[in-house]
Design a protein. Structure first.
Length: 709
């Protein structure tokens, strides 16, 4: 009797799953939709796909199930590892039912002898993004050491793209051939980290933006992770991810459950841009996705740092409103003793020695000027030099036998507050909630400035409990205050996964406002996140993070690529610069309906100094591209730039939007630039492209294409 199969499909993607009568489900295919399949087709496909007729003589698994383990003959990394009474527990799963709808397969399994139940959910979301999640339930005590989601990919997927980085240089792509064997890439920082894998993609040849097949996975989890591949000679290649747990961190008692974070899998036949489109389509389909226009922001950090003078901050708000800013955010330094970063964290009350009338007058003035008011918090952290730490040293997420000294294990001389401790959680929630209500906050910049080093909750590893508590705190705060928006910042882009985005509305991509560095940081952040979720601010002329001095026009062009704003003392601007910022604000308001809803595209270019990134309207009536250099171009006559994504049969008028200010170049000035515009078909713009001028380093053009009626 043939093994029953089920298939789910959406937006060009299909997942075909076989359901053996005595074993866990098996993913037979994930990728391109093969079209309608009848029962006979499924039987024939199984015959065509099996490697050997039973009974076979090969001592290896026929095809790995959703949770491959060693007793199945699987020689790679197990899909789960459980421990009971100090020895490994390997369940022998038996099917207990399956429910199939158009876009979801819900498979239930059990091991009665071990007292375990498992539910596996595979679901295709808008855009064809595949989510995989396991939920394990226990009748007797068991320790979960890992529980990972895996799916097979073709063996032609033989190149790897993943990411690393550091503070102010996040999302740095790392490319290599796929290594043989079972390989794992992990983070152990208590947050994803600046060097997080971010995404692991396999491709048929080196990954490109606009061509080639790509299979990718991203784990929606805001802490430690494992990304894995298994490239074995006698099995399909596996791609997967799961939460990294430390020994003893998750122990289930009778009736307890552990749900693995959702692993999101994306397949594309058209390169990395296809992966991007699937993630963006899904994220924009969520009911909590921001629907209102993303406001132009001014954050005070690089303008005043800890020097909170009410009169100066008030003038800064007035200048922001004059420019066209729509959201004004007061950053770190508003609470007691916070004249530097060594004191005060956790004491969430307004410092009356600096703000004698409180923050209410500032909040009222900001709203009078027509802007929203936002405030910075770092709720998961605490300074030892704080009233909170002195009153409750037991609330620290550290080894109670000896809190490490600042010289040993602190970051910015701060420590972690144990939010899994109910009184600590309640204290932070009530203090923040009171300030949101009292000040009428529309926005919180939620920072998280250190790794969780040797995190201990009640003597056991505490990262998992801390992370779930932090996400719950964000959700509860937003539930109490409808309309409140939260930005996830973690000393920049160290926590911007799809897990934290379930409860936040924006991420801070990096603490670097160096526009040259930001070109790549934002490009790779938007590999998964649509631009309306990515904070992209204009910094001062000389970047505080790198010392590099960059033209204002380039900084503005880079900010236009995301959710735009300023992190700069604009009181220092002369009248000409103020006028330039006002023109930019008008351009941002004009273009953001397109920039924050359209399809993001990236042209493949040869010159390593060139960046070409665009957004095309969903109806392909218009598009906006930023063409930028990050170094000197290789050739005196630069390569033509192709503008992908437009309707090939329609004509478009392409012009430079010079509201950002002039860009500078050398001896090549193409005719279309001299004329101010050019009209060409979408096909010509994609296949032939436009000749560039010899742009100098750190220069940019904003090109706007509109359909010719």
């Amino acid at each position: 009797m043939p093994t029953p199969s089920s298939i789910i499909r959406r937006d060009g993607v299909a997942v075909l799953v076989r359901h053996p009568v005595d074993a866990p489900p098996v993913v037979q295919h994930w990728g391109a939709d093969p079209g309608p399949l009848q029962a006979d087709d499924l039987t024939a496909l199984t015959d065509a796909d099996e490697r050997q007729t039973r009974p076979g003589t090969l001592d290896a698994t026929w095809r790995p199930g959703l949770l491959p383990v060693e007793p199945d003959g699987w020689p790679g990394r197990p899909g789960l590892l459980l421990v009971r009474a100090g020895v490994p527990l390997i369940p022998r799963w038996q099917p207990a039912g399956v429910d199939v709808t158009d876009h979801e397969i819900l498979a239930r399994l059990h091991d009665r002898a071990a007292g375990l139940r498992l539910t596996t959910r595979l679901h295709l979301e808008p855009g064809g993004l595949l989510g995989v999640q396991h939920t394990l339930a226990a009748q007797d005590e068991v320790e979960v050491q890992w529980l990972e989601a895996t799916v097979p990919v073709p063996t032609r997927a033989d190149d790897v793209t993943t990411f690393s980085g550091r503070w102010t240089r996040e999302k740095s792509p790392q490319r290599s051939p796929l290594g043989r064997g079972s390989l794992a890439r992990q983070t152990r920082r208590g947050r994803p980290g600046h060097d997080q894998p971010w995404l692991l993609a396999l491709s048929d040849g080196p990954a490109r933006s606009r061509s080639g097949e790509v299979w990718a996975v991203h784990l929606a989890w805001s802490a430690d992770v494992t990304y894995r591949t298994d490239r074995l000679p006698d099995n399909p290649t596996l791609l997967g991810a799961g939460e990294l747990l430390r020994p003893g961190e998750v122990r289930l008692g009778a009736g307890d459950e552990y749900a693995s974070p959702t692993a999101w899998f994306a397949w594309s036949p058209v390169g990395l841009d296809g992966i991007t489109e699937r993630f963006h389509t899904y994220l924009r389909s969520r009911p909590q996705h921001p629907r209102t226009p993303r406001p132009l922001v001014l954050n005070t950090w690089e303008a005043v740092y800890f020097d909170h003078d009410p009169a100066t901050v008030g003038r800064l708000a007035e200048r922001a409103a004059e420019i066209g800013v729509e959201r004004f955010v007061l950053d770190d330094g508003w609470f007691p003793a916070r004249r530097d970063d060594t004191r005060g964290l956790g004491d969430w009350e307004v410092d009356r020695t600096v703000w004698p009338e409180g923050l209410e007058p500032l909040a009222d003035r900001v709203r009078e000027l027509g802007m929203q008011f936002g405030l910075w918090f770092e709720p998961e952290m605490v300074s030892l030099d704080s009233d909170l730490a002195r009153a409750h040293p037991e609330w620290l997420l550290h080894d109670a036998s000896g809190v490490p000294s600042p010289e040993d294990l602190s970051w910015r001389t701060q420590y972690v507050l144990d939010l899994a401790h109910p009184p600590a959680y309640a204290h932070v929630l009530e203090r923040m909630s009171a300030l949101v209500s009292g000040l009428g906050l529309a926005f919180i910049k939620w920072d998280h400035n250190r790794d969780l080093v040797d995190a201990r909750h009640e003597g056991r590893p505490g990262v998992h409990a801390q992370t779930t508590a932090a996400l719950r705190l964000m959700a509860e705060l937003k539930g109490r205050h409808p309309g409140l928006e939260i930005e996830s910042c973690s000393s920049g882009g160290a926590r911007c996964d799809l897990g934290v985005l379930e409860v936040t509305d924006r991420v801070w991509a990096s603490d670097s406002n160096d526009a040259v560095e930001r070109q790549d940081i934002q490009r790779w952040t938007e590999l998964l996140l649509p631009p309306e979720l990515i904070g992209a601010h204009v910094g001062p002329p000389t970047a505080h993070s790198s010392g590099r001095t960059v033209d204002l026009s380039y900084r503005l062009a880079t900010s236009l690529m995301g959710s735009a704003g300023f992190e700069w003392n604009v009181l220092d601007c002369d009248p000409e610069q103020v006028a330039q910022l006002q023109r930019f604000a008008g351009l941002y308001r004009e273009l953001r309906p397109l920039l924050h809803s359209g399809t993001v595209v990236h042209a493949d270019v040869r010159d390593p100094a060139l960046r070409v990134r665009g957004v095309v309207a969903t109806d392909r009536s218009a598009g906006v591209w930023t063409v930028a250099t990050v170094a000197s171009l290789e050739d005196a006559r630069p390569e033509p730039v192709r503008l992908p994504g437009l309707d090939p049969e329609r004509h478009y008028r392409v012009r430079v939007r010079d509201e950002i200010g002039p860009s500078r170049w050398g001896w090549i000035t193409p005719g279309w630039l001299s004329h101010g515009e050019v009209v060409l078909t979408g096909r010509v713009l994609d296949v032939v492209g436009l000749q560039l001028p010899t742009l100098w380093p750190a220069q940019a053009l904003v090109l706007h294409a509109t359909v010719v009626p």
